[in-house]
Design a protein around this ligand. Structure first.
Ligand code: KG4
Ligand code: ZN
Length: 341
């Protein structure tokens, strides 16, 4: 089954072709980062308009790359939520119209399910059950995953998400948008000579809290004005040490509590190399396995949506349930509402 997938929940237009027999055939992405950079963050209306401009040329691009035509497509998947309403509407309108025209089944995919399943696109994919750490701009969650649609929340952030903490701290340090990758780059040049707290490290549960950390960075920044480039790098380094230590400790606690020996990490912060270094070492010590998506599939992309959609469409095929091609996005959507296909 050949599935065309669209991602348009925020500031990246992603399109991909996934074949249930032959795997990922092609994927393409257009990032709007440069367009939003001058505003210091994502401008929703500009994001929607850009998705309109990019979606069809990217579709043509992946079809050409895979040497396929629209007539070869057996199903269409698109991000139905959560995300920016306007941006989601663009992707779902295009996907549903195309599916209706081609008379193929369509499916709305939960963006976080896309992230969660992204490590399964790699060689030697992890097998269920596993513990998943989902760390993106909007989420920091630990989950027990027993299969597609079988997600049990083990821990969550009480305030900011990990990616949000990276972005806000980057802003405090005067780095541009998007902050996470810029902060990580700077941290690699710094020394952890400042001491920042490790909020909730020993809370005895699997929850996180990152907003206090950001306040602690603000205090440090205010105490050290004017901030030299060296201090900036040292604060970035210690901030990254704090977040990655907390995330690693909680992942190991989740493995211990569930009795599982398999961890997957996904979402934008999963691209952080220091986090990967720490998780690799910690899981190795406990004889556990850890899997990540390739770096480009940690952040938003069409491949993860095509894949998650393909898994669900394949299951639907057996039920012969018809698609209604309605355009209904879910700007807010709890992952716990999903069921197994
Ligand atoms: O998954 P994603 O692309 O979008 C959401 O669904 O939110 O994640 C984006 C988040 C941003 O907060 C970004 O700053 C962060 O992931 N991020 C990173 C790195 N690359 C992206 N944070 C830390 N280190 C990185 N290398
Ligand atoms: Zn995302």
């Amino acid at each position: 089954m050949l599935v065309l997938g669209f991602e348009s929940s925020c500031d990246e237009t992603g399109v991909a072709l996934y074949d249930t027999q032959h795997g990922l055939l092609a994927h393409a992405l257009h990032s709007q980062v440069d367009m939003h950079a001058e505003y210091g963050g994502v401008v929703p209306e500009l994001a929607s308009r850009d998705h309109i401009r990019r979606a069809l040329p990217l579709t043509q691009h992946v079809l050409t790359q895979a040497n396929k035509t629209l007539a070869n497509i057996d199903g269409i998947a698109y991000t139905q939520g959560p995300g920016l309403a306007g941006a989601l509407l663009v992707g779902s309108s295009i996907a549903q119209s195309l599916a209706f025209t081609l008379q193929v089944p369509s499916i709305g995919v939960h963006h976080l399910e896309g992230h969660l399943l992204a490590p399964l696109l790699e060689d030697n994919p992890p097998v269920f059950p596993f513990v998943a750490l989902l760390v993106s701009g909007g989420h920091s969650q630990l989950m027990r995953v027993d299969g597609i649609g079988q997600y049990q929340l083990l821990g969550d952030t009480l305030d900011d998400a990990a990616g949000e903490a990276f972005d806000k701290t980057a802003k405090l340090l005067g780095l541009g948008y998007p902050g996470g990758p810029a902060l990580a780059k700077l941290a690699a040049q710094g020394k952890a000579r400042f001491k920042l707290p490790r909020p909730m490290l020993n809370s005895g549960d699997l929850n996180f809290s990152f907003s206090g950390l950001k306040t602690a960075v603000l205090t440090l920044v205010n105490q050290h004005q004017p901030l030299t480039a060296e201090m900036q790098a040292d604060i970035a380094c210690e901030f990254q040490e704090s977040v990655t230590e907390i995330l690693t400790t909680k992942c190991m606690a989740a493995l211990r509590d569930t009795g599982l020996d398999n961890l997957i990490v996904s979402g934008g912060v999963g691209a952080n190399l220091r986090l990967r270094e720490r998780l690799n070492a910690a899981t190795k010590r406990k004889l556990c396995k850890v899997s990540y998506p390739r770096l480009e599939f940690c952040t938003d992309n069409g491949a993860m949506i095509a894949f998650a959609g393909a898994m669900r469409l394949k299951a639907l095929q057996d039920t012969h349930e018809a698609s209604d091609y309605g355009i209904q996005i879910k700007a807010r959507w709890d992952l716990a509402e999903l069921n197994a296909p």
